[in-house]
Design a protein around this ligand. Structure first.
Ligand SMILES: Nc1ncnc2c1ncn2[C@@H]1O[C@H](COP(=O)(O)OP(=O)(O)O)[C@@H](O)[C@H]1O
Ligand SMILES: [Mg+2]
Length: 213
């Protein structure tokens, strides 16, 4: 087990009377591809951001390798343990694909760009000149440039057509199975969830396991 949520309760400060997460506990392993599903507004992004150390739960803990992430600090957790991929790619729009990947870590940028399948002529291009699928590949390459063992992705194929989404799913799956990372993806896509080793559903603030392969 690499990452664990233990009895997480969460509500937003502006809306203390509405509990978004009501006692969520779950653990995640390296080398596995997880999908978190649930209707819009169910708390998927909220849960992912707590795993990422972007905020503290009202009560409960997030543990990394058995240690409460608050012990070394959320900043440390974000910097060393986690890499993030978003729906809108979040690349720096005045940099090239290669420069963006280097922001994730200085090593292997070109190797990673090749591995995620961005054609070589695109590496030195401003990221806005790449297709949506290529930009998301770039964002994944940037995430892989970090040494972090956990990759968190929020609706990574949400803006892509079906075929491109399929390719991104394959890439995330490979990241878990071949690179041994713990990959946790929030998704609306049934297609993506079907590919996961484990599917977790958030419903009314609770998290349930749906299938285990
Ligand atoms: N910054 C915020 N302040 C107050 N409420 C929020 C904030 N972000 C999200 N919420 C509320 O928390 C609930 C869960 O949101 P979210 O985690 O974004 O759901 P999902 O990602 O599953 O669509 C929703 O009711 C949403 O309106
Ligand atoms: Mg969301």
């Amino acid at each position: 087990m690499i990452l664990e949520a233990k009895n997480i309760i969460y509500s937003y400060k502006s809306k203390r009377d509405t509990m978004v997460l009501k006692n969520v506990s779950v653990s995640f392993e390296e080398g596995k591809f997880y999908a978190i599903v649930g209707s819009s507004g169910s708390g998927k992004t909220t849960f992912l951001s707590l795993l990422a150390g972007l905020d503290n739960p009202v009560s409960g803990k997030v543990k990394y390798e058995g240690e409460d992430i608050q012990k070394k600090g959320l900043n440390y957790h974000r910097r060393h343990h986690i890499s993030l991929v978003f729906q809108n790619y979040n690349l720096i729009d005045y940099l090239t694909a290669e420069e963006n990947v280097k922001l994730g870590g200085e090593n292997n940028a070109t190797k990673l760009l090749r591995e995620v399948g961005i054609p070589e002529e695109g590496w030195k291009r401003n990221v806005l000149q790449l297709s949506g699928g290529q930009q998301q590949r770039g964002a994944i390459a940037r995430a892989l440039a970090s040494e972090a063992k956990v990759l968190l992705a929020d609706e990574p194929s949400g803006n892509l057509d079906e075929d491109t989404a399929e390719e991104i799913i394959e890439l995330l799956k490979k990241t878990a199975h071949e690179l041994g990372k713990c990959v946790i993806v929030v998704t609306h896509s049934k297609q993506l969830a079907d590919e996961a080793d484990e599917v977790l559903e958030i419903q009314e603030g609770k998290l349930h396991k749906m299938t285990t392969k």
